[in-house]
Design a protein. Structure first.
Length: 169
């Protein structure tokens, strides 16, 4: 069975569905908050021209999602599957951001649980690449059980810490 990089997934708090061009306005409204990006290596992603490129790459990736709050149907963020390697039985979850109104754990936890449950149907290992200064994201993936497993240079030439979560037997 082939890995479906863009399923529609639903939980108690959230719905996750494939990112579409018409999501630009709603997603940029969330991403335009500079505080979301303050610890991120791309801390200027709140700027429209920078986020426009992020959005284009997300659309081209074939694995990007928009995250919707079930309570009111509002777009509250995005995430992505990337770098699926069948021979390594591995996929990355990344590029995740949520509106600050949805920080604090329960939304990110459900988002990751939905994505992990789907990923572990196809792979044995999920990785998260996180910038060394992005302590908030490091703590978030540690909360769901990911363990730091070295570092690597990412696609942009920057060092990222590798956090790994392995499927339970």
């Amino acid at each position: 069975m082939a890995f479906d990089l863009q399923p529609t997934l639903g939980g108690e708090l959230l719905q996750i569905r494939p990112l579409r061009p018409e999501d630009w306005g709603d997603l940029y409204a969330v991403a335009s908050d500079p505080l979301i990006w303050e610890q991120h290596p791309n801390n200027d992603r709140y700027k429209e021209e920078v986020f426009r490129e992020f959005f284009r790459v997300a659309m081209d990736s074939g694995g990007a999602f928009v995250v919707i709050d079930n309570k009111d149907g509002r777009v509250i963020g995005s995430s992505r599957f990337y770098g699926y390697e069948e021979e390594k039985s591995e996929v990355e979850i990344g590029w995740t951001f949520l509106a600050r109104s949805h920080w604090g754990g329960i939304y990110n936890k459900e988002l990751k649980q939905l994505m992990l449950r789907h990923a572990f149907r196809f792979v044995q290992s999920v990785i998260f690449l996180i910038g060394p200064n992005n302590l908030r994201s490091q703590k978030a993936v540690e909360k769901i059980g990911a363990v730091r497993n070295g570092s690597r240079i990412d696609d942009t030439g920057r060092e990222s810490f590798v956090f790994r979560l392995t499927a339970s037997p």
